[in-house]
Design a binder for this molecule. Structure first.
Ligand SMILES: NC(=O)c1ccc[n+]([C@@H]2O[C@H](COP(=O)([O-])OP(=O)(O)OC[C@H]3O[C@@H](n4cnc5c(N)ncnc54)[C@H](O)[C@@H]3O)[C@@H](O)[C@H]2O)c1
Length: 305
């Protein structure tokens, strides 16, 4: 019996890349799956019916899936995603907010349309799908649900030329922290994935640096490596795992720190003077630098068989 038997999942942006691998693995584990994808280009323009191909593949392999081809960047799209799951399978237990686009430019060249398009699909798209799902969970007292959100090191660490994408991805980590608190009483876990995989989103970036992507690279770093981690977060066994940022990069499985105060000083009375800050800020920066070194060392992957 599969680990997701009896569960109903909706995966956004599942027509290709990481989302398609998640949808197919969840179906193999017994979930009935709504495969959402607008089928557009990497920059968010255009549409296509690629979700149907993933649905056909799942159904041919003996699974159960239906497609949904509306954009998740509108509330109407998020509502119809939920409605599709209810109409086809009678409910929804698992929402994977994976859909994404890129419009990389430095701030000097970033037009309002580049900012708006990326924020709309990533940050607003998470709201558009999570809002109706959360209301559905509360109204129907549906317990043990899962929301899995997609961030990126671009937002969590920062990456040159991605102010729109990085802001959206950092926002998604904040969105997750709030939702995890708000949905805890309904037994719904909410987690963030920080993935890295070779897909049509990232292969051109490597090629532009003059690096060739061989079949062996796809074996070692393809989207199939992210899917099991997302599927696991949807299982019964992950019921106590919430409000975490799980890092899944080309075969690596890790956990990230959340923002935390590393060192602090408290004056017994009065406000800080600028001269006092001159004195104490170097100690804070020193503690931060030592913390960064310790975390980098602790985070280096432990090789396992
Ligand atoms: N590939 C990586 O290394 C990497 C790294 C960090 C984060 N991510 C994130 O992982 C997620 C999946 O990325 P991927 O590499 O598989 O990309 P991808 O381009 O292969 O797939 C993304 C899919 O989302 C769909 N999509 C875009 N806008 C949509 C909309 N409005 N409505 C519905 N579907 C829409 C696209 O049509 C596409 O099929 C994205 O959120 C991405 O930002 C990926």
């Amino acid at each position: 019996m599969g680990r997701l038997e009896g569960r109903i999942a909706a995966v956004t942006g599942a027509g290709r890349g990481i989302g398609a691998e998640i949808a197919k693995l969840m179906a193999r584990e017994g979930a009935r799956v709504v495969v959402n994808d607008l089928g557009g280009n990497t920059d968010g323009t255009g549409t296509g019916k690629i979700a149907d191909d993933v649905v056909a593949e799942i159904n041919k392999a003996g699974g159960q899936a239906v497609s949904h081809t509306e954009s998740i960047a509108t509330v109407a799209g998020g509502e119809s995603l939920l409605a599709t799951a209810i109409d086809a399978f009678g409910g929804l237990d698992i929402l994977v907010n994976n859909a994404g686009i890129l419009r990389d430019k430095t701030i000097f060249n970033m037009d309002e349309s580049d900012w708006d398009a990326v924020i709309a699909v990533h940050l607003k798209g998470h709201y558009c799908c999570a809002r109706p799902f959360a209301a559905y969970i509360r109204e129907n007292n549906r317990t043990n649900c899962r929301i899995i959100n997609f961030s990126s090191t671009s937002g969590l660490f920062g990456n040159f030329g991605q102010a729109n994408y990085g802001a959206a991805k950092a926002g998604i980590a904040g969105f997750t922290r709030v939702l995890a608190l708000e949905l805890a009483k309904y037994g719904c876990t909410v987690n963030t994935i920080s993935p890295a995989a070779l897909t049509r989103m990232t292969i051109p970036l490597r090629e532009r640096r003059g690096e060739k992507v061989a079949a062996s690279d796809l074996d070692a770093g393809g989207p199939q490596h992210v899917a099991p981690i997302v599927a696991w977060l949807a299982t019964e066994e992950a019921g106590a795992v919430s409000n975490q940022i799980v890092h899944s990069a080309r075969g690596m499985l890790g956990i990230m720190q959340q923002p935390a105060v590393i060192k602090s000083f408290q004056k017994k009375s009065g406000t800080w003077t600028l001269d006092e800050i001159d004195r104490y800020m170097p100690q804070l920066l020193e503690a931060k630098a030592a913390h960064d070194v310790a975390v980098k060392k602790a985070g280096a992957p432990v090789l396992i068989d």
